[in-house]
Write a protein that binds this ligand. Structure first.
Ligand code: RUQ
Ligand code: CUA
Length: 630
């Protein structure tokens, strides 16, 4: 059977229970996730939005969607991608594929500063500032990196975001070689993205050249594994076509164990070579940076536990998770307990580093931890979450690791990622797990052939897991992060004295329209419920720049600026200044108006852009008439 056939058969065989019909259970579950009107959730849930290019913010325990943070795609709701600044961040792309959000950490604890997300499609990485829940930087396309999927994995003190490539191509980018020469000509890459500790500004630090395996999920070390990072891979076969068959031949794929501190040092010691402006380490020439370990079979997630001792990989086509013991990894490296090498990279001996294979069931993908010695693995094929015990195991458990499997709860259906609050830090909050399922399979009112994804909230505070509630999300959450509401203090307005925009205007006298050659510059003030000025005169052929400052200092007092038939839609938060620039190409009178309901007279918040034919109109527009601005 092909992998797909196995998956399809298994999905159709595995039945899932309905939720309890017991009235007492239903009431208890409803109360556990009920957040009454006027009350607030205890946690933020930051979902990746997959190919929507966005991040969704929901609350836990209610699972209610609260807001959307646009990242890699324009989002008219917040005017993202229309003003000059966000347009520049997006470059020429209108979508991205957001996979694995990562919260910034200090001492292996969420510090509530930033949320980083990767773009698998266009090889980028973005930083959302949790002060205003907005995207502030998009880095990339990252050089020498194609398919930025194995990211964003943050080191314990946010020194780096570590990324590995899903795809291999001939490098540097732009070089062409025949895919038939895949093994010889194609390469993958691990990237260390350096994060400025004060500002969060990201830049590419260095890269490690790898063989053309398809790197998959990973995570960073902590405690004893501090300074290390881990990725699974598929396609150790190095197939370049029909991967479904050709990349599932081997029973084990080579996973990467990276000493990123050694990589950083090697670069500082001048051991890197430049490729497209980036220092690249060839691990065959710089021993100690990269090791391989075989893991079965077609593994996906690779997650370090909160103590940093255990690294768990899920084998998509193997009914077990594989637990690596990092102390044994260290010993194997020190004692050179290798079972071979690949292109000069040592392969650690499987038996020497693996603590055990835990028979969790079919299709294990990702593993999360509660900080109490338990692991939770999402099962794509079995459609459930499995709770199991991390080592150390008793002799009886070691002999029969089914004894380490503690509980299973059905999920609906085909769970991809799951998240436990704080799992990737040394200090998980435990308590809640959210299963992100790939198929909602009609568990909601019929919305036609395409259905949303489903998320399910599981209470993990007791011995047995309890499915509490479910909700639906836009496509397509891959991973999420959970943050305690009290760990972040978002701003309520942009304070006037922190607005450093040179084109901000705070009173009538500063606002107005000026002309310089064919450059027309309008500085508008927005206040309930008018623009000042509310008329802009210009001519065909002019280059028009409009800056709008929302002078409100009241939370949520937002004004918009929609310009008829020009595809301009800005949303300006209180205290913010936003700018757009257009070339005027057609004559006419074009109303602009406020798009955001701001007062009883919101509808009256409007004005005109008058685009005269060249040489016509008032003198301010370059014509012969008297000035139009009053
Ligand atoms: S991957 S579940 Cu990026 Cu697991 Cu999607
Ligand atoms: Cu301002 Cu509506």
């Amino acid at each position: 059977m092909t992998a797909l056939a196995i998956i399809i058969t298994a999905v159709s065989l595995v039945g899932c229970g309905k939720s309890s019909t017991n009235q007492a259970d239903r009431t208890a579950n409803a109360l556990a996730s009920y957040v009454a009107p006027g009350e607030k959730d205890e946690y933020y849930l930051f979902y990746s939005g997959g190919h929507s290019g966005q991040v969704f913010v929901a609350g836990i325990p209610s699972l209610r969607h609260i807001s959307t943070i646009p990242v890699f795609a324009p989002y008219p709701g917040t005017g993202y991608g229309f003003d000059e600044e966000s347009k520049k961040m997006l470059g020429n792309f209108t979508w991205g594929d957001v996979h694995h959000p990562g919260l910034s950490q200090t001492n292996s604890k969420y510090d509530g500063r930033w949320l980083f997300v990767n773009d698998n499609a266009n090889n980028r990485i973005a930083r959302i500032d949790l002060k205003d829940f907005k995207t502030h930087q998009i880095l990339g396309p990252i050089r020498n990196s194609v398919g930025n999927h194995g990211s964003s994995f943050i080191t314990e003190n946010s020194e780096y975001i570590l990324c590995a490539t899903r795809f291999s191509v001939p490098l540097p980018k732009g070089r062409v070689a025949d895919p038939n020469d895949y093994e010889k000509e194609f390469n993958g890459m691990v990237s260390g993205i350096k994060v400025d500790p004060q500002t969060g500004e990201m830049k590419v630090g260095w890269q490690i050249l790898t063989p053309p395996f398809d790197w998959d999920l990973g995570s960073t070390g902590k405690g004893p594994s501090s300074g290390w990072a881990f990725w699974t891979s598929y396609n150790t076969e190095m197939a370049h076509d029909t991967l479904e068959v050709n990349a599932t031949q081997k029973d084990r794929d080579l996973c990467a164990i990276v000493n990123w501190r050694a990589a950083e040092k090697a670069v500082a010691d001048g051991k890197a070579e430049m490729m497209d402006g980036v220092p690249i380490i060839d691990p065959a020439k710089v021993p100690g940076v990269l090791y391989f370990v075989p893991i079965g079979k077609s593994p996906h997630g690779m997650d370090v536990d909160p103590t940093g001792k255990w690294v768990v990989a899920g084998g998509k086509l193997q009914p077990a998770t594989t637990v690596l013991n990092f102390e044994k990894v260290q010993a194997a490296i020190n004692n050179k307990t290798f079972e071979g090498e690949f292109r000069g990279i040592p392969i650690l001996k499987y038996e020497a580093v693996v603590e055990g294979e835990v028979p969790v069931g079919l299709g294990p993908l990702h593993t999360q931890y509660d900080g109490k010695g338990n692991a939770y693995t999402s099962m794509f094929i079995d459609s459930c979450i499995v709770k199991w015990k991390l080592p150390p195991w008793s002799d009886a458990e070691k002999k029969d690791l089914t004894k380490a499997v503690l509980d299973k709860v059905p999920a609906h259906f085909s769970t991809g990622h799951l998240v436990v609050a704080g799992s990737d830090t040394a200090h998980p909050y435990g308590k809640w797990c959210v299963a992100m399922n790939k198929l909602s399979a009609g568990r909601h009112i019929n919305v036609g052939p395409a259905q949303p994804e489903s998320s399910q909230l599981i209470d993990i505070s007791g011995d047995k897991m309890k499915m509490i509630a479910e909700s639906y999300t836009e496509p397509e959450p891959h991973f999420a992060q959970i943050l305690k509401v009290t760990d972040v203090q978002p701003t309520e307005v942009y304070p006037k004295d922190e607005n450093k925009d040179p084109n901000a205007v705070w009173e009538k006298a500063q606002s107005g329209v000026t002309r310089n050659g064919n450059q027309v510059d309008a500085k508008l003030m927005a206040i309930r419920s008018r623009y000042n000025p509310d008329r802009i005169d210009a001519q065909v052929g002019d280059e028009l720049t409009v800056h709008v400052t929302n002078v409100e200092q009241t939370r949520d007092m937002i004004h918009g600026f929609g310009l008829i038939e020009h595809n301009i839609n800005m949303v300006i938060d209180p205290g913010e200044t936003k700018t757009f620039r257009i070339k005027l190409t057609k004559p006419g009178v074009f109303p602009f108006y406020c798009t955001n309901f701001c007062s009883a007279l919101h509808q009256e918040m409007q004005g005109y852009l008058v685009v005269w034919e060249p040489g016509e109109g008032p003198s301010s527009a370059g014509g012969g008439g008297s000035t139009a601005q009053k």
